[in-house]
Design a protein around this ligand. Structure first.
Ligand SMILES: *Cc1c(COP(=O)(O)O)cnc(C)c1O
Length: 432
């Protein structure tokens, strides 16, 4: 399969090149030049398949022309070696819990898949070291670092905003060592993202080093996220609840939601999606006004969604041919400020004893507000609430338990390299 850039100023390239490059030279994002629909028999039988079996079928539709099926199967099965339950929460609302992987957030799926696929390509080529640059507001860094830890031929640099990630998040990528280096930037997440983008466009740097991204601009990270939409559908079909399915996705850079849109294009019967935002309401405003006006991000208690210029917007535009009403037909919007998020966490805990994290809370609130009586709603619970322990404890006056894997991270010693937001400083460090 060939991949084109959303800016259409460079020629189509192979999967391998698209994964290794990350961002296209014209600053566009790569898109597959066709989206294969899955056969009716697959959907008829889907509730009888395991998560790994479902994901392998979906992965073959995307990557099956380019990766031998045996290798692809190993990558998929190895990526998804943890549980992803669909839990009934209240009324006709279900939670798809995506936080049972090693760093307890949904990005483990994309992070692990990408690490294995890129590792496969690098081994096959067997030449230069590949350097992964990734900007994080917290969860991406931990998922990517843990996904890539120990993968041969790849070094990972995590750029994160100093003082703006939680201690637990920080420990998950600053304590690993080996092929993982944490760069602590004296700025905000948008500065980190801008530095990474600039690095990819710098000729001299790219002449010396092989650079790629592991943000959801990289298609190997965002596409595998479509697997669990199929899985959620299968679980609801099993209990006769798959009609009129509405999926609510807590969104920041919109990689997760875009993967859901791809699943729908592949034939998955989803009625519509809700993009649940925190106070960073750029996409919400786009839906209302048809104007896309990126702005500086504002800090919220759902900090993994503090994004002022969502990168996958370009993919959504491309998918729907820049047609605003087509976008609105598939996606509705929602936006919640911190006190609304806190009230949502409190309400669901008091009424149903279900503990939300601040991101999942946006997804839940949007369903509560928009779901019609004949619809079933699923929100993606994107992180374990303990990853945001301070916030949750503040809201509920609680002292929630930290799961063992997180406690293990807390014991490690933080190692990071401090840096300003000046691109030259990053560049000379990488060129050293
Ligand atoms: C990254 C993240 C999000 C947002 O996902 P996008 O794909 O960037 O829209 C939501 N919740 C959590 C916990 C995250 O880590």
């Amino acid at each position: 399969m060939k991949y084109y850039s959303t800016n259409k100023e460079v020629k189509e390239i192979s999967l391998e090149e698209a994964v290794i490059k990350g961002l296209a030279a014209d600053k566009g994002l790569f898109m597959p030049n066709k989206i294969n629909r899955l056969p009716a028999e697959f959907f008829e039988n889907i509730e009888n398949l395991t998560f790994q079996e479902i994901a392998f079928e979906v992965a073959k539709a995307f990557f099956g022309e380019d990766v031998p099926h045996n290798d692809l199967k190993e990558i998929v099965y190895d990526t998804l070696s943890f549980d992803t339950p669909v839990v009934h929460v209240t009324d006709n609302i279900y939670s798809l819990e995506l936080f049972h992987g090693p760093t307890l957030a949904f990005k483990d799926v994309g992070g692990r898949f990408m690490a294995r696929l890129l590792g496969y390509f690098v081994r096959k080529k067997n030449d230069r070291q590949v350097n992964v640059l990734v900007a994080t507001s917290g969860d991406t860094g931990s998922a990517v670092a843990n996904g890539f830890l120990g993968v041969e031929g790849i070094h990972v640099y995590i750029l994160y905003p100093k003082g703006k990630v939680s201690e637990i998040q920080e420990k998950q990528f600053t304590t690993l060592g080996r092929n993982i280096t944490a760069l602590e930037i004296d700025g905000c997440f948008d500065d980190c993202q801008a530095l990474v983008k600039q690095a990819f466009l710098d000729k001299e740097l790219n002449g010396k080093l092989f650079l790629t991204s592991a943000n959801s601009i990289n298609l190997a990270r965002f596409l595998p996220q479509s697997f669990y939409y199929f899985w959620a559908y299968a679980q609801l079909k099993k209990i006769g609840k798959a009609e009129n399915l509405v999926i609510s996705v807590p969104s920041g850079n919109f990689g997760n939601l875009t993967a859901g849109l791809f699943a729908k294009e592949m034939g998955l019967p989803i009625k519509h999606f809700i993009a649940a935002n925190n106070s960073n309401d750029i996409f919400y405003n786009y839906l209302q006004s048809s104007l896309f006006e990126p702005k500086a991000s504002v800090c919220t208690i759902a900090n993994a969604m503090d994004v002022g210029n969502p990168s996958n917007f370009a993919r959504i535009m491309d998918l729907y041919n820049y047609n605003h009403s087509e976008v609105c037909r598939n996606i509705s919007g929602a936006t919640y400020n911190d006190s609304q998020i806190a009230a949502g966490v409190k309400e669901l805990w008091n009424d149903s004893r279900y503990l939300l994290d601040p991101h999942g809370a946006c997804g839940y609130l949007a369903l509560k507000e928009q779901l019609q009586p004949d619809e079933t709603g699923v929100f993606l619970e994107t992180a374990h609430p303990a990853k945001f322990k301070e916030t949750i404890d503040n809201i509920l006056s609680s002292d929630i338990e930290i799961p063992l894997p997180l406690q293990e991270f807390m014991k490690g010693e933080k190692v990071s390299i401090g840096m300003s937001t000046e691109f030259e400083e990053l560049k000379s460090y990488l060129m050293r």
